[in-house]
Design a protein around this ligand. Structure first.
Ligand code: NDP
Length: 322
């Protein structure tokens, strides 16, 4: 089968397209014929070694397709089932062997590509808004990178809850998309001081929660956007990781809360995975959340796809199609 493999950490050029042995499913695994693999920012962290993985490796933490074979102890799925998954490495390939505990059934009315686009960013937007900081109607949040994969989904979910949403984006074209997703206010953080803008927009009060996936370049100012007892949710490092921080500074800023959550923990229990994926895919099916999927690349062009994502050229979901 064809797959994208890395043998060393580095830039997009370390990803090579070529033949690799088709995996054989273990006792509790299903062999999934991948019809669409999701590209996510975390793939770039694994590629560069920021988040180290054993090498050689096939990248890709999200996929959807059809079960082609099952191991002897698989009870939850059968050959022919349409399934999607996240949090198992190896989706940039024609086939992946995935433990049944990570698979979810794709509901009627949701396409395989939509399912691939739902699992990682959709479940992330779900846990951020429903668990890490449970947004309530009338509360105000800041969502950084509002036109990105997670950003567009989180904005729609926050608006469906009835929250007031302030987003940040780098270009006017992205601002349009963010407004289209429902953002009440959009700040061009490449041109404006977003901290000053958030204070102005909230009459100095600050917001209940900041969802910050940008990291290094936004972290300190994001803390200053929060109201008393506000929560800083640092969930990514698109501009680089935050490595220096003094927790004592949370006190004078208003007894703030700081958390660094991961999707892995919020979907570790099977019930949580089913809840989040089930909710999210039903919203997609019912049109309550719209997926933006205008960046599909052939599997062989994974390098170009990574360059576009890291170059801030993409909006919404990026998919690889084997
Ligand atoms: P995005 O589509 O959001 O792409 C990243 C965006 O970050 C860019 O489009 C860009 O938007 C913005 N950005 C700001 N500064 C930079 C920079 N210096 N270089 C590149 N991009 C920059 O990606 P995803 O939706 O896949 O992921 C978003 C973030 O969420 C990532 O940091 C990812 O790691 C994190 N994440 C965390 C999870 C968790 O459980 N902790 C799970 C899923 C995602 P703009 O041009 O508007 O600034």
């Amino acid at each position: 089968m064809k797959a994208i493999t890395i043998k060393e950490f580095g830039g997009p050029e370390v990803m090579t397209y070529g033949d690799r042995d088709q995996p054989t499913p273990g006792a509790t695994e299903a062999l999934v014929k991948i019809e669409a693999a999701g590209i996510n920012y975390i793939d770039t962290y694994q590629r560069t070694g920021l988040y180290p993985i054993p090498l050689p490796a096939t990248l890709g933490l999200e996929g959807a397709g059809v079960v082609e074979a099952i191991g002897k102890d698989v009870t939850m799925f059968a050959v022919g089932d349409r399934v999607a998954y996240t949090s198992a490495l190896g989706a940039y390939a024609d086939y992946a062997a995935v433990d049944q505990s990570k698979l979810v059934a794709i509901p009627e009315g949701v396409s395989t590509q939509q399912a691939a686009a739902s699992m990682l960013q959709g479940c992330t937007a779900h846990y951020l808004s429903h668990s890490t900081y449970k947004l309530a109607k009338g509360e105000t949040c800041v969502i950084h990178a509002g036109a990105g994969g997670v950003g567009l989904l989180l904005t729609q979910i926050a608006k469906n809850i009835g929250a007031h949403v302030i987003t940040t984006v780098s270009t006017e074209a992205k601002a349009e998309l963010s407004r289209g997703a429902g953002a009440d206010e959009v700040i061009l953080y490449t041109e404006q001081d977003f901290e000053a803008e958030v204070k102005r927009l909230t009459d100095g009060a600050g917001v209940h929660v900041v969802y910050d996936s940008v990291g290094l370049s936004t972290f300190e100012k994001s803390l200053n956007c929060l109201r008393r007892f506000g929560m800083m949710v640092l969930y990514g490092n698109a501009s680089g990781p935050v490595t220096q921080f003094n927790p004592a500074t949370l006190g004078p800023r208003g007894s703030l809360f700081l958390t660094r959550p991961t999707l892995f923990d919020y979907t570790a229990a099977r019930a949580d995975l089913e809840w989040r994926a089930g909710d999210f895919m039903s919203w997609v099916r019912d049109g309550k959340v719209k997926l933006r999927m205008e960046h599909n690349y052939p599997l062989a062009e994974a390098q170009e796809a990574h360059r576009a994502l890291e170059g801030r050229k993409t909006t919404g979901k990026v998919l690889l199609i084997p």
